[in-house]
Design a protein around this ligand. Structure first.
Ligand code: ADP
Ligand code: MG
Length: 249
């Protein structure tokens, strides 16, 4: 029997897909203060990484690099294998297909809930009935479908953060970034909203980086916890499955 020469017997090795987020040797300075020191970190698609660490260790700075709000002094950031920041190349935030929610909610005070949530769709040119459907679906997910006509000042802190969450997810971005979104809320509300967010993020299967200094939040929400200290990643561990996380297989 003649075996064709190219039939080596083994099937060609399938290339593993690149991580949703890859941070390679990223450093940054504010003046002479080095706030990020050769950070390496990757986040597989569909997983949630909690970035945990003391105040001032560089968590928000690193998140801003992912968002495109700051540019690294050196190093490289890729999303799905596509470089978004390296050397002089910097993809602007609106081209990175992200959703973000921060500690201070950052809702536009003059807009209604519906207009706030619709904004990322408006930016992407999604209007009319499709926009309306997506806005209502996002608001239903966070339990605020009845509040479309209110303005942020007419909502509680927890409700405002839910609106910010709806706005982050409405356009189904490839990556979600959170910077201590629950830290302005009182303890009870923080715990219940944390559970709700854990359920929501599990349903969405979106890749997410969740900055917090709260260990309990990190364990409830994340698949993995990266601990940061003085501008560097000190350790990366899976969350303890015996604690809370419904995520860990
Ligand atoms: P974290 O989010 O972990 O609390 P940050 O990333 O906000 O920490 O800050 C890291 C360090 O960088 C801190 O020492 C902070 O004071 C400093 N820093 C942050 N933003 C700026 C800025 N715009 N200008 C100068 N220093 C800054
Ligand atoms: Mg911070």
């Amino acid at each position: 029997m003649i075996i064709p020469a190219h039939h080596g017997g083994d099937a060609p090795a399938r290339m593993p897909s690149p991580p949703a987020i890859a941070i390679h040797q990223v450093s940054h300075f504010f003046g002479s203060n080095q706030v990020l020191n050769h950070v390496n970190l990757s986040v597989p698609e569909g997983t949630i990484l909690a970035l945990l660490g003391p105040s001032g260790c560089g968590k928000s700075t690193l998140l801003k690099m992912l968002a495109g709000l700051l540019h690294p002094a050196s190093g490289q950031i890729s999303f799905d294998g596509e470089i978004v920041a390296s050397g002089k190349l910097s993809l602007p935030p609106e081209k990175r297909n992200l959703g973000m929610a921060f500690q201070d909610y950052a809702l536009w005070p003059h807009m209604t809930v519906r207009q706030n949530v619709a904004f990322p769709l408006q930016m992407r040119g999604i209007r009319g009935a499709v926009q309306h459907e997506k806005v209502m679906a996002a608001l239903e997910r966070v339990g605020l479908a009845d509040f479309v006509s209110r303005r942020p000042s007419e909502l509680s802190g927890g409700q405002q953060q839910r609106v910010a969450l709806a706005r982050a997810i409405v356009a189904e971005p490839r990556i979600l970034l959170f910077d201590e979104p629950l830290s302005n809320l009182d303890r009870d509300l923080r715990e219940s909203l944390c559970e709700e967010m854990a359920t929501l993020l599990r349903q969405l299967h979106t890749t997410a980086v969740y900055v917090t200094h709260d260990q309990h939040e990190a364990r409830t929400l994340a698949h993995r916890i990266a601990r940061m200290d003085k501008g560097a990643i000190a350790s990366i561990d899976p969350t303890d499955p015996s604690v809370v996380s419904p995520f860990v297989a």
